[in-house]
Design a protein around this ligand. Sequence first.
Ligand code: CU
Length: 496
Amino acid sequence: MSDRRSFLQRLVALSAGAVASAKASSAQHPAMRHHGHMTSTSTQNSAGGSPVPVETPDVPQLQWRMDGNVKEFHLVAEPVRCEIAPGKTLDLWGFNGRVPGPTIQVTEGDRVRISVDNHLPEPTSMHWHGFEIPFDMDGAPGTSQEPIPPGGRFVYEFTLHQNGTFFYHPHQAMQEMFGMFGVFIMHPKKAYQPRVDKDFAIVLQEFAVLPSSSIPNSMNMEFNWLTLNGKAAPATTPLIIRLGDRVRIRFLNIGMDHHPIHLHGHTFYVTGSEGGRQPQATWGPKNTVLVGVAEAVDFEFVANNPGDWMLHCHLPHHMMNQMSSTVGPLTRRPGMPAGVSMENGMGMLDGTPGAPLGEDYGPSLGRGMGVGSTNEQRTTNGPVNQKEAEHVIPTMQHGQMEGMQHGEQKFPENANAVPGFPQDAFMEGPMMAMDKMVEKPETYGLRPGWSGFMQGMMTFVRVLQPDMYEKIVAMKAQQSPNQHQMPGMEQHHHGS
Ligand SMILES: [Cu+2]
């Protein structure tokens, strides 16, 4: 305890200048010095023995500062608002202003001290998933430690002797489903062999959010917003790779579903799990790998096939956005003619007295079976005949947000005679394209209209010729660096 008290006293003394100096010196921050420049080339990598830093597209790196030989990090658990796709902002809980929380990168053997401040309205704790650390640092609320009360802080400190892909999350189940998760990379002292030129990490998360709502139903069992590093395609950021590079991609899954992750155009080898590096004798060729709940999967491949290759979860419903039965009518009227209200239809609590798991809150609108479900009714997701379609499509385009493309979609005269039509016709394609709204260096040069065909857990592995690769790297360099300032280390008080 005396250690912690003196630590806090030091923090108070340091806090005043910490934020300002961190901002001023961000270019020379220890994280950057330690890991070097964030871009890499094959030539410089084959020369050195230390690992390349892991890139987490759309997620900043958490900076640290040294206190003697201890790396100090600071995480703040707090409510956040995240724009997961253009025009779709969610109210979530996360760390340091975002979901997923900032990425932590350390090296095997490091001693780390991580202050966790609770700015949530309820208790929390931090679990270090898979860490072989002392029991009282495990973050299991009520068993290994007292939960961190609102406004409170817990300082975790331990030495790390493992290496691999790890993560952090509270051990409160519903908080996990509300976004609270972050990547924790433990680098080996010497790079794994064969050495990679590029190393990425991508977090898989899922949310059930009604159209026109911003608050997920964390108790739902089916999800209509699927994110990679907190973004749903086409807002995900493509992975930029130079032709010929050896690449590692690490997937981490927190949620209620397992995700079969599929890469186009390449064969990869699973080289690691949430338990660490796997011996080479166990590697086998794959192009799809199931990333189970609470698991991490590392895979590697040589990017020898040029192109803008899709990398995505292969569950069909996870390649879509805003999936909801009768989504059209739901966005246009307050209730549904299905026996229950819109809120109840997706299991949302609406203040009506009654048990959350009671009949009133059962699944409906075709979202499930059993208690609370209603009889199937004839509903459509789009216009029911060609004449209506011709009328509705221009109307939908009028309703599009600025920046969306107004492509045309042509259907054969007899489309409605085909059982099942429409399936994708009104869910993807030219009229869903929004290239300009999601434009960034990493999307430069993609085929025009690409964004109309990317939704949910989808992104690109862009295997680029050297000149194109260098051009995009140069465009990225002109942007502000993807670094997250360590927040002020001062003691926080809830509500003050
Ligand atoms: Cu999936």
